[in-house]
Design a protein around this ligand. Structure first.
Ligand SMILES: [Zn+2]
Length: 145
C-alpha cells in the first residue's frame, strides 16, 4: 500500500497487482487489518500469489469451475489467428450458441508474445466456447493429436 498525493491509498494485490481504484484511509481500515508480523505478511502474500495462478477469486466452489478467470493471475486465453475470414461465419454461429451473453459476441484481439515478441491478431475464443468452435470447424481431431 502506498500513500499517494491525492490522500488516497494505492492497493496492490498478489493476484492482480495494482488496483485501478485508490482507497481512502477510513475504507482501508474498515476492510483490512494491519499485520505486524513481516513473516505472516510474506507467507500470506506468497500463498495468495500461488493459489491465484490456478484459482479464481471465488474459490474452489465457484460455479463456473475452471472456466472462471476472475482475479486469476494466470489466464489461459484462446486466440484464433491466421486466415480467419473464410471461417468467420462458422465461428460466429458457434459463439451464438454459448450460454453467457459475453461469450456470444466476436472480439478481435491483438496480442504480443513476451518470449519472441510475435504479434498476433485474431479472434478471441472464450475458453468455454473452444470445444464448440473446434467442433464446428471439424478441427477437433487435429488438436487432440
Ligand atoms: Zn469464479
Amino acid at each position: 500500500m502506498f500513500f499517494s498525493s491525492s490522500g488516497l491509498y494505492k492497493i496492490f494485490r498478489p493476484a492482480v497487482g495494482e488496483a485501478v481504484r485508490e482507497m481512502p484511509l477510513t475504507e482501508l481500515k474498515d476492510k483490512y487489518r494491519k499485520i505486524s508480523s513481516l513473516e505472516k505478511a510474506r507467507s500470506g502474500w506468497e500463498n495468495e500469489y500461488e493459489v491465484s495462478s490456478k484459482q479464481c477469486m471465488h474459490g474452489p466452489n465457484c460455479k463456473l469451475g475452471n472456466f472462471c478467470t476472475v482475479g486469476r493471475r494466470l489466464q489461459e486465453v484462446n486466440v484464433l489467428g491466421g486466415l480467419i475470414l473464410p471461417v468467420w461465419g462458422t465461428i460466429e454461429k458457434a459463439l451464438s450458441k454459448q450460454a453467457r451473453q459475453s461469450h456470444k459476441r466476436l472480439r478481435v484481439v491483438r496480442i504480443e508474445t513476451t518470449t519472441d515478441n510475435q504479434r498476433i491478431v485474431g479472434l478471441l475464443i472464450p475458453n468455454a466456447a473452444v470445444e464448440s468452435v473446434l467442433q464446428d470447424l471439424a478441427w477437433v481431431q487435429d488438436i487432440d493429436d
